[in-house]
Design a protein around this ligand. Structure first.
Ligand SMILES: Cc1cc2nc3c(=O)[nH]c(=O)nc-3n(C[C@H](O)[C@H](O)[C@H](O)COP(=O)(O)O)c2cc1C
Length: 189
């Protein structure tokens, strides 16, 4: 199956955060060659927001079904050029900051780091007071000091760009696209 897929490709991690979930989800459709890694919580949140994982054939959807996160083995074969974790829950951010990789989402981030693949992380907890879209409408949330500290700590990670708004996420993806284009061999595409 891998030989039929265009590589290297994007790896997009969806975690179980309602904060800009729908908007992040829509951005995946703008990427041509992408694998979507779905956390167990994201799989539930998807249903609450009535979204379906119906992507074109050039994309694969990978679920969190194994203890060892089998799909991340692909990082060791240069299959991915960029990881996007969007949206990133406070849970996933906290684990990433501590170097924990016991879920598909945290494993993608960890293996990307170990394979020197750059990551863009859209952290949800970026301000002491936020408005977020719950399945039935806007609600106010007040991220704790630990959540805000973890977001800050993630910014110190190698090859990791932490973005704090949808506009910044879009800009980071555009910049990465341009970087990849510049790196293409002359005459390619
Ligand atoms: C509808 C819904 C919305 C949620 N939104 C958020 C959120 O905005 N931020 C967050 O950190 N957790 C949110 N959660 C909680 C996470 O899903 C939960 O912490 C989960 O364990 C995260 O797992 P994951 O990081 O592996 O995806 C939400 C849960 C539900 C049911």
């Amino acid at each position: 199956m891998l030989e039929k897929l265009h590589t290297p490709r994007w790896a997009w991690v969806l975690t179980g955060s309602g904060h800009f979930f729908v908007e992040s989800f829509e951005l995946i459709h703008g990427l041509e060659h992408c694998d979507v890694f779905v956390s167990k919580a994201a799989n539930e949140v998807l249903r609450m927001y009535k979204l379906k994982l119906d992507f074109p054939e050039t994309m694969r959807v990978l679920h969190d079904k194994t203890a060892s996160s089998v799909p991340v083995g692909a990082f060791y074969h240069g299959i991915y050029h960029t990881v996007v974790v969007a949206p990133a829950t406070s849970n996933t951010v906290a684990k990433c900051v501590l170097g924990i990789s016991d879920t598909l989402a945290t494993n993608v981030f960890a293996q990307a780091g170990k394979c020197r693949v750059p990551s863009i992380v859209f952290a949800c907890d970026t301000a002491p007071e936020l408005e977020t879209m719950a399945p039935h409408g806007l609600v106010k949330v007040y991220p704790r000091r630990i959540d805000l500290e973890n977001t800050e700590k993630l910014k110190d990670f190698e090859r990791t760009k932490v973005v704090e708004s949808l506009a910044d996420l879009k800009a980071a993806i555009r910049e990465r696209h341009a970087e990849l284009k510049r790196a293409e061999p002359a005459g390619h595409g």
